[in-house]
Write a protein that binds this ligand. Sequence first.
Ligand code: SAM
Ligand code: DTB
Ligand code: SF4
Length: 358
Amino acid sequence: MSAHISNDTPALRHDWRREELLALFDLPLPELLHRAASVHRRHFDPAEVQVSTLLSVKTGGCPEDCAYCPQAQRYDTGVNAQKLMSTEQVLAKAQQAKAAGASRFCMGAAWRSPKDRDIPKVAEMIREVKALGLETCATLGMLSSEHAHALKDAGLDYYNHNLDTAPEFYGDIIHTREYQDRLDTLGHVRDAGMKTCCGGIVGMGESREQRAGLLQALANLPAHPDSVPINRLVQVAGTPLHGTAELDPFEFVRTIAVARIAMPKSMVRLSAGREGMSDELQALCFLAGANSIFYGEKLLTTGNPDTGRDQALFARLGLRPMAVQVENSHDHHRTDAPGSGTVHADITASAPLRGRAA
Ligand code: SAM
Ligand code: DTB
Ligand code: SF4
């Protein structure tokens, strides 16, 4: 941990009111950035960015109707449905990700929820990926308590399950499952002892109040998610949200900044949508407190900046991949006491993704 990171911090809040978050959104941008950057420095070295790699292990053919998603069977998006990859295929990709410098590998499946018969197959993938020395993350849809425990027993470190948007806008986006279903899955993940990765998407036509509502719902969960992905909608032809008015880039930066202030110790992930962002916009997001990204040329089915562009960006901004992450969040009934966390490596020292311009 860098010397300037203070342990003298206020307790985390779980009682954010919508108006408080909206008041932050309403600040002049320089003031908002200053506040977010100050919070960021209390808990993290602002030059460090955590890096994960994603793989779609089961693509397309999903029965759900998420209006943003290219993998929903019912939309004609050109995504070909594929069955679950073999463990060998997944391992080959995980090895590549490790060689490229990732130490966390996130496996995504286009399922409403896994079937009983899927769990042993995914558990085998998790065990084998973990045996490579990588941290494991999965996003497989809704989970029962039994499935959550089975994945935890296989060694799964993180489970990604997003709230996606504010409760009152949710019904405009998804009709095939309820907000409460998502909260239930997150509860099962926490109770099984896994770390949560939970965020949402902006740029879906929601209002600023609804963006604040998403952050309010996230920050007022029983424990702040360990990782908070903020996705900017990737517009895919054939999905109902294709053609939605673009979100003002500064509004995206504001969303990152308010997430950082409301969830000070969480990793805030500048997630989908980076491919369409300028380097300057991404730099503003890092200033606003974003401190993790997906690295690698593909997200699940859509593009991500190529690794050369990210390497150049890190070098130009003097950023470096996070070597060691201190987390205080393994205890999900935690007191948020400083120094109560454990330490794990997030990226190998020999990572090809290096910071600092020569
Ligand atoms: N099927 C599982 C589920 O929905 O939980 C796991 C995979 S799903 C693709 C994971 C997340 O990706 C979604 O919750 C959503 O937040 C994000 N996502 C999907 N399509 C997106 C898009 N076009 N733009 C931005 N984020 C997207
Ligand atoms: C998250 O919040 N974003 C990632 C990850 N979790 C699984 C997925 C983004 C998907 C973007 C659309 C696609 O590539 O299919
Ligand atoms: Fe299916 Fe997940 Fe896409 Fe929704 S977001 S359609 S559940 S793959």
